[in-house]
Write a protein that binds this ligand. Structure first.
Ligand code: F1P
Length: 352
């Protein structure tokens, strides 16, 4: 596909216009918080649950980590199908959960049905998180937060993921006193700068056809990002990709390493002393490592350094465009139209 053609795709535009959308998410944060705060104090709930499918499940994973870390409460993420089909394993009879049901379209069957099932089974409050002003999930939820500032036409979720991650982080931060507000305000500018500055570097990996498999490692706040990275590469570029919690990788999955493997690591600060061991495994297998982190490590492995001015909890939001760019340019290099992955539908339904 010609360069101009690529820049005309929905996917390209939705990735590259994120700074403006994020600015709007920041602007709307206080009114969203006011609506959510109307449910009363969080201590009235036995736990906070986040659910969704695909990319929306990855938003749920990130949000659960952020809410647990910032507010010291019990927060978990479950795929919507787990809630739908195995509810007893996850919620006890007297539970009073606050459920965030996340779905870009607001129409994914599993997510809507999971929200309905929870409401029908226990005393729950459901907050729907979508980008659509009008949708089935919005009608099921007690409160509907529509991130209409990031409308998306592509099949593959990109910019809206970043906005919804930021929106859910800002809600937790507001409940916790707003300590991250000033740092979060810097994100649109940081993303804008990085979208331009890091594109060429990422394209050298995306366009390297010797790399047949991509593996993403991330833990804590970065686990969701690693999962989302693998999904983007599979969906957009149809390239085999995997993800693991960083140190779990050494317990067997490292056997997948080969000279054709790109191993992307998002090291968390707590993992500093251990990441070198993972890099040694990569070196031994002649795989190609790439570190994406806020601080440079003492290593000969290539590094993309970004996000030193914001707290670790905000960095997955800042890094999200990097994995979207990597997948997008990989698709371009492979001659795959990122707007039209075969067999993927924008809304996954069971009937129709
Ligand atoms: C869930 C999802 C998307 C993916 C694709 C298929 O959709 O898995 O994450 O990009 O559109 O469906 P949704 O519930 O977030 O609309």
């Amino acid at each position: 596909m010609m360069k101009e053609g690529l820049e005309g795709t929905f996917t390209y535009r939705e990735i590259y216009r994120q700074p403006g959308a994020l600015r709007e998410t920041l602007r709307r944060a206080p009114s969203r918080f006011a609506r959510v705060a109307s449910i009363g104090p969080l201590r009235h709930f036995t736990e906070v649950l986040f659910t969704g499918c695909g990319s929306s499940y990855h938003i749920a994973l990130y949000a659960a980590h952020a809410w647990g870390t910032l507010l010291g409460l019990r927060a978990r993420a479950l795929p919507a199908s787990e809630i739908l089909n195995f509810l007893k394993a996850h919620l006890y009879a007297g539970a009073r959960p606050l459920l965030f049901a996340i779905s870009r379209s607001g129409g994914t069957d599993e997510t809507v049905l999971a929200a309905e099932r929870v409401k029908a089974t226990v005393e729950a409050t459901v907050i729907g998180v979508t980008i659509e002003p009008e949708c089935p999930l919005g009608r099921t939820a007690d409160i509907h937060l529509s991130f209409s500032e990031c409308p998306e036409q592509s099949l593959v979720t990109t910019g809206s993921l970043t906005c919804m991650m930021l929106g859910l982080l800002l809600l937790a931060d507001a409940f916790g006193g707003g300590t991250l507000q000033a740092e979060a305000a810097a994100l649109p500018q940081e993303v804008a700068q990085s979208l331009q500055e890091n594109e060429r570097f990422l394209r050298t990996y995306a366009e390297d056809r010797a790399l047949a498999r991509l593996i993403f490692l991330g833990s804590g706040p970065f686990y969701a990002l690693a999962a989302e990275a693998a999904l983007k590469v599979i969906e957009m570029a149809l390239t085999p990709a995997h993800y693991y919690p960083t140190l779990e990788f050494r317990h067997g999955p490292h056997l997948l390493l080969s000279p054709e493997t790109l191993l992307v690591i998002f090291p968390a600060e707590a993992e500093g002393p251990y990441v070198n061991r993972v890099l040694e495994e990569a070196r031994a297998a002649q795989a190609r490592p790439l570190l994406i982190s806020a601080r440079a490590m003492e290593t000969s492995a290539p590094q993309l350094i970004l996000g030193g001015r914001v707290s670790e909890l905000l960095r997955p939001i800042l890094f999200a465009h990097l994995i979207q760019q990597l997948a997008f340019w990989r698709a371009a290099a492979a001659g795959v139209n990122p707007d039209a992955p075969p067999r993927l539908t924008r809304i996954v339904r069971w009937n129709g």
